[in-house]
Design a protein around this ligand. Structure first.
Ligand SMILES: CC(C)(COP(=O)(O)OP(=O)(O)OC[C@H]1O[C@@H](n2cnc3c(N)ncnc32)[C@H](O)[C@@H]1OP(=O)(O)O)[C@@H](O)C(=O)NCCC(=O)NCCS
Length: 197
């Protein structure tokens, strides 16, 4: 049976393994190189220090996924908006674990009085797009060819949920927030594609 619980320090190696498999084998994360264990530890410690939750899916004592959220942008006026993340281990996907990991993210954000959650998803990642849609995330931007991995250009889709939290399907509110794959965020971003033939 899969249970969802708050993360603890001893989960860090499992987070690292799950995340690195995603980096090396999918376009879900716009990174090329696997992270070191120290980088994942720093990620976990910064979540704890800044008071952001990390949720773990565990099956028979083994970590099979995790989810979290963190700041959308560093500046003070963004404090009611966060960006979420969710990862399920290879071989464990498609069994409802992603859905189980999304619910506490939504519940936690709502109980903290947050206003909106933003998600930046590779446009070819059908599973993540649909998962987020199930929780009421609406597409707010689609950036063509802003990533390059495995020899091809990648589109980034940005979606969000929020506004009064009228159930998990509350509509999107606020200016169009745009999430870059390396956590660089821009508002009302404009794009120039004429640099290449
Ligand atoms: C995206 C991810 C978190 C989804 O988690 P999951 O446990 O596989 O998804 P679930 O089994 O909970 O499915 C939830 C919904 O997602 C959608 N979904 C899941 N797998 C899918 C697939 N292979 N194709 C299309 N839609 C899919 C479905 O709508 C599904 O709902 P349904 O079962 O009612 O049809 C998981 O596949 C994953 O970790 N992928 C690699 C990392 C990643 O992409 N993370 C997100 C970065 S934005």
């Amino acid at each position: 049976m899969v249970i969802i619980r708050p993360a603890r320090e001893s989960d860090i190696p499992a987070f690292s393994e799950i995340y690195n498999h995603v980096i090396l084998n999918t376009t879900a994360v716009y990174q090329y190189e696997a992270q070191t264990l120290e980088m994942r530890r720093a990620w976990y410690e910064s979540k704890m220090k800044d008071g952001y939750p990390v949720f773990v899916a565990e099956e028979d004592g083994k970590v099979v996924g995790f989810s979290s959220y963190g700041p959308f942008r560093a500046w003070a006026a963004y404090k009611y908006t966060v960006e979420n993340s969710v990862y399920v281990a290879d071989g464990q996907r498609g069994k409802g674990i992603g859905r189980m990991l999304m619910q506490p993210v939504i519940d936690s954000a709502r109980s903290r009085g947050l206003h909106a959650i933003v998600s930046g998803i590779d446009a070819s990642n059908d599973a993540s797009v649909r998962l987020h849609e199930q929780f009421g995330f609406k597409e707010v931007a689609h950036f063509k060819e802003v990533g390059f991995k495995f020899g091809r250009w990648l589109d980034l889709e940005v979606s969000g949920v929020g506004a009064g939290w009228a159930g998990a399907t509350g509509g999107w509110l606020g200016p169009c927030g745009v999430v870059g794959p390396n956590a660089r965020f821009y508002l009302r971003l404009r794009i120039l594609h004429s640099l290449r033939p």
